[in-house]
Design a protein around this ligand. Structure first.
Ligand code: UD1
Length: 420
């Protein structure tokens, strides 16, 4: 099993390019099931999760080809299977996003329940409730969701009980081919929802209000093909900004959308970073200083993203002062805490959703283990700041979300090696 070996304590300095967003590429790839015509997706990141989604599409009978620049051409002209099996859904929860498109286009679909995952139970009740609201008959048995709408889905007003990104995406896609108008109320407003909405519009869908809490979709009979470029990954961008912040460094990111990082940039400024932004770039300079502790409370967009919580904990661990971190989206997203304490951090857990972090001047290397995607990246950040050589085990988690992480870190002057 691959590990990352990091010699910490070096100031990071330089410039890197940010890849396409994983959380945008996955729903967009699933959305290409909505049309029989070819769809070309560019700027998809080269990541395990993207490969899993491509494998799932291929398993359903979709023609998928990739060129050397990772442009993905998809032709869902004919599907030979309407079942997404457990073997693929269990490895990646976003596989559940094929349910809405398949049901909308074919009137039936069978998708394995994703089950729990390391960061919490993560139910899909809102996805199913919304589809039922559009007239689908849903049966859940033997670990599978079997959905049918033989006469097609029918638009309706859907009120989401909780703000869910995946739920909003599944329902948006399903509604594009429903009869009549669907309004999704209390919808997620994440930038990836806007990206999906724009992609669907490229295919001829009538979607408005995406990015606001009420999304309106007027169903059309069919969608056509098209080309779409996936937005930049805001979580990857935020992670590298923190890599510079925890090493008192200086960094410039290219190919980013600064507007999608508002809450994160605000916290970095509070932490003492000098930030400048342009249309598609962000620079951060710590002027050689240690960061200041910042309080964090996660919330749906435009609040502070849960996907950046672990990385900010890494910042607070080496910051000047004491901070609180309150995780309000997922119930079990503090698995990095014990590993960080092994590196000499001083973090107290108060229940399952609150942590108090007392910043320390120095971390010291120790063997640690990655437990989920964002927890892994926070350990990389802590290791960059620690004195000595930290070896992070189970690094496959990080390959799900960070394209060529060691190359990008090396470009910034970090001493990082992949070892087996
Ligand atoms: C997506 C992101 C993930 C991010 C999360 C929250 C992708 C591929 N993944 O995950 O990186 O951390 O948004 O920003 O885009 N919930 C329900 N019922 C449902 C659905 C969700 O109660 O039917 C709850 C979840 O348990 C969780 C909260 O809603 O507490 C938010 O989850 P959700 O937004 O759905 O996360 P994902 O779409 O799975």
């Amino acid at each position: 099993m691959d590990k990352l070996s990091i010699d910490g304590g070096f100031r990071l300095e330089g410039q890197i390019r940010i890849s396409g967003a994983k959380n945008s590429a996955l729903p967009i790839l699933a959305g290409s099931l909505l049309t029989a015509e070819p769809v070309i997706i560019s700027n998809a990141p080269h990541l395990h999760d993207v490969t899993t989604m491509i494998e799932l599409l291929a398993c359903l009978g979709v023609g998928v080809s990739l060129d050397e620049r990772m442009n993905v051409e998809i032709s869902a002209h004919h599907l030979n299977d309407l079942c997404a099996p457990y073997s693929l859904v269990k490895t990646m929860r976003a596989s559940f996003l094929v349910l809405g498109p398949m049901l909308a286009r074919y009137g039936e679909a069978e998708v394995s329940l994703p089950g729990g995952c390391a960061i919490g139970s993560r139910p899909v009740d809102q996805h199913l409730k919304g589809l039922e609201c559009m007239g689908a008959e849903i049966e859940v048995s033997d670990g599978y969701v079997r959905a049918r709408a033989p006469k097609g889905l029918v638009g309706n007003d859907i009120y989401m009980d909780v703000v869910t990104v995946g739920g909003t995406e599944n329902l948006m896609m399903a509604a594009t081919l429903a009869k009549g108008v669907t309004k999704i109320h209390n919808a997620a407003c994440e930038p990836e929802i806007i990206d999906l909405g724009e992609f669907l519009r490229t295919l001829g869908a009538k979607v408005t209000g995406h990015g606001s809490p009420t999304i309106t979709i007027e169903g059309v009979e069919k969608l056509h093909g098209g080309s779409y470029r996936v937005m930049p990954d805001r979580v990857e961008a935020g992670t590298y900004l923190i890599a510079a912040a925890v090493t008192a460094g200086k960094i410039r990111l290219r190919d980013v959308e600064p507007d999608t990082l508002g809450a994160v940039l605000d916290k970095l400024v509070q932490a003492g970073a000098d930030i400048e932004v342009g249309e598609d770039w962000i620079s951060l300079d710590m002027h050689g200083k240690r960061p200041k502790a910042v309080d964090i409370e996660t919330a749906p967009y435009p609040g502070f993203p849960t996907d950046m919580q672990a990385q900010f904990m890494a910042l607070n661990v080496v910051a000047e002062g004491t901070s609180t971190i309150h995780e309000k989206i997922f119930e079990n997203r503090f698995m990095h805490v014990h590993e960080m304490n092994r590196l000499g951090a001083n973090i107290e857990l108060h229940g399952v959703s609150m942590a108090v972090v007392h910043g320390v001047e120095k971390l010291r290397a120790a063997p640690v283990m990655a437990t989920d995607l964002r927890a892994s990246s926070s350990l990389v950040l802590a290791a960059l700041a620690a004195e000595g050589t930290t070896v992070i085990d189970r690094i496959y988690h990080i390959d799900r979300g960070y394209e060529t992480i060691e190359e990008k870190l090396q470009q910034l002057g970090a001493q990082v090696r992949r070892v087996s």
